[in-house]
Design a protein around this ligand. Sequence first.
Ligand code: G1P
Length: 299
Amino acid sequence: MASRTVTKALVPAAGRGTRFLPFTKAVPKELAPLVTTPALEFVVSEAASVGITDVLFVVNDEKQAPIAAYFSPHEDLAAALEKKGDEKALASIRRPEELARIAYTHQTDPRGLGHAIGCGAEFAAGEPLAVLLPDDLVDDRDSLLGPMLDVYAEYGGIVIGLLDVGIDNISKYGCVVPAEGADPSADVVPLVDMVEKPKAEEAPSTLAILGRYVLPPEIFAALHETDPGAGGEIQITDAMQRLIHGGTPAHGVVFRGRRYDTGDRLDYVKAVVQLAVRHPDIGADFRAWLGDYEPEGGD
Ligand code: G1P
């Protein structure tokens, strides 16, 4: 039987970030600061906290250098901070370097999330793979990937994070079909099907796929056989559906904790505010300022 211990994770980060231009002309969207820490560090940290030791970033040609700089030692800066005795800043620059072993692969042709994940076949090398989308951040006080790995250890197959987003939002996500008779209030839901970005009136449920996946090695063959779907892109949802139809078990872990969405501009700004409010250094002052802030005419 294939190993049920998951030590590898893939993080897709090859998108051009056009919704964040002009910023993304020079800096990858995934390195935009959420107060002081970029989304990429949050997801690698989340993966490391549940025992992932190896992370593959799927990047494009321009993004590898700045991302690699963030996750590599910076000796000059470290020496300068040491000289100043700034232990806190020193620890902060060392943190991303120490979280996991990082590797990179290039997605030269942006053909969708399924295609990006397919770039990880060699890295996975026949082992199961966790996938974390850096647009979806899970608060470090709550857990999702840990329980997902437990479900994977028990059942194998596909395990995905789920979020009830309601009927009004479901068309923006992959949507799942729970098994008949599955308890809708349970934390772990067996799944019989899924569909990418259904119209609200055709959505089989209001349970959306959150950007956390544990995928079995067979996903790569399924991706290979998957034609472009929603938006003309190769969809991971379609490849998972193919496996499910072929008899692979699939389970969803319903997330009821705090999450931050950094996928578009409005959500990104909301995430910055949510994280600033609880920031150890500036949280109290920011909360006080926010309480007094008057959007019309305020400064
Ligand atoms: C992707 C997936 C979708 C999932 C979503 C979660 O969509 O294709 O199934 O629900 O991530 O954030 P995207 O946000 O890339 O359009």
